[in-house]
Design a protein around this ligand. Sequence first.
Ligand SMILES: [Zn+2]
Length: 189
Amino acid sequence: MGIRTGTISSGSIIRAINDYEDAFGHMVIDINGDLCHCHNRGCIETYCSIPSITKKFKELLKQGTPTYVDKPFDKIDFLDICAAAKENDILARQAITKAAEIFGIGLANYINLVTPELVILSGPIVKHSELFYNTAVEEALKRKYVKNHKVSFSRGGNFKDNAIAVGAAVLSVDEILNKATYGTFFYIF
Ligand SMILES: [Zn+2]
């Protein structure tokens, strides 16, 4: 569970040597932050993945923040948090907003580096939480500093839930035809 990124520049996919495409998730945004499974501290993924948001929600719940989520503590999952946020549950909105702000900061860093024309955010978090998507985009736009660079955002892209399957097929076809398309794609789960 984490964040995967794919970037296409000048018609070619920028590939990582390990093919994991997980470097964005391990961008450090807090040098004294939470310990990540990669052994660094303060990686984006430690704040923005489904397990991280669920953990944060439960931490705040333990501290006594009230919530409308009416379920045994161990049974509360990410979908409950997204549903509660839609109903304006303060705790759920707090957990998702904080994660989305941190994601947006990383996104701004990434946008400044590669100046993409289009950024597609996808995966279960984006699908189930409009609040996460809107907050992340807002934060990224607020913090990006390349002023003459115009970037568009898409929630889910053209292919929605089929994106991974279509992407895998396109990779194979590209391998044969040596062609590619354009954009930056984030899958947050
Ligand atoms: Zn990490």
